[in-house]
Every structure is written in C-alpha cells, then in structure tokens.
Design a protein around this ligand. Structure first.
Ligand code: FES
Ligand code: FES
Length: 149
C-alpha cells in the first residue's frame, strides 16, 4: 500500500509500487481526468503536480510517491485560479476532443500560481511539453492569457 495526499485528501493506493502513477490515479482512485496519451513523456496529457513540481505521471512509479502531495485536474475545480482557467477554455472554445486539456490546465495552473508564467513568452515556454493534435494552440494560449494578471 502507498499512502499519499491527493487533492488535499489522504489516500491509499493499492497498486503495485512498480506500476505507473498515471494508472494508479485512474484505476485505484478513479481520477480519470488525467489522460494516457503517449506513455513516453512526450505529450503532457498525463501532467500532475507532485510536491510542487509538474511531472508526466506516465513516467513516475507509484511506489516513488509515498508520502507525496499530488494535485490532479480534479483538484483544480474548487481552486479559484483552476476554476477560472477551466471557464476560460470553455469560453474561448479552446477544447475540441478535449484529451489534452487536463494536462494543459494543470501545467498552466502550476505555472501561473508559482509565478513561472507571467507573460505570453513564459506561457508559451511553459506549455512547450504539452501537445494538442486538434486546436492549433491559438485558442489554448488565448484562454490561458485571460488568467494572467
Ligand atoms: Fe505521459 Fe504522454 S501520456 S507524456
Ligand atoms: Fe484534442 Fe487537444 S483538443 S488533442
């Protein structure tokens, strides 16, 4: 068993410690907002925050997050900045199939909240590891810029 905190709640993963964190979140905890895209650290669809840093959860072993604090897209719904970003994506029409969007929002939320993203240039840099096969990125960037101070 792996004990950790997920979205502010103490949780226990029953997963094999050698399984990947992405699958443990989805299958053990039912947190299916985090998506499996490439499974190789290339697309960012599986992005979550672990102890204050964004990671590709497809590259993280479940056993390595014992005692960690994890934030997933589900944890942002009640967060003012997270909710604002989610609304902006809807209002900008930045979502097509939607598969990539949780990863973009988690990455953008972390970047804005941490001060890493302060303008258009830093926003585009921070989102460099997130891929979208549908939208062409313009509306995604526009949606995020609405939440910059
Ligand atoms: Fe993890 Fe693509 S599924 S980076
Ligand atoms: Fe379809 Fe981004 S909206 S992959």
């Amino acid at each position: 068993m792996i004990k950790l905190s997920v979205n502010g709640e103490r949780r226990t993963l029953e997963a094999d410690p050698r399984s990947i964190l992405l699958n443990a979140l989805r299958e053990d905890l039912g947190l299916t907002g985090t998506k499996y895209g490439c499974g190789e650290g290339e697309c960012g669809a599986c992005t979550v925050v672990v102890d204050g840093s964004t990671v590709c959860s497809c590259l993280v072993l479940a056993g390595s997050v014992e005692g960690c604090e994890i934030t997933t897209i589900e944890g942002l719904v009640e967060d003012p900045l997270g909710a604002s970003l989610i609304d902006s994506f809807a209002h900008e029409g930045a979502v097509q199939c939607g598969f990539c969007i949780p990863g973009f929002i988690v990455q953008g939320w972390h970047g804005i909240a941490s001060g890493e993203i302060i303008d258009d240039q830093s926003l585009r840099h921070a989102l460099g590891g997130n891929l979208c096969r549908c939208t062409g990125y313009t509306k995604i960037v526009a949606a995020m810029e609405k939440s910059l101070a």
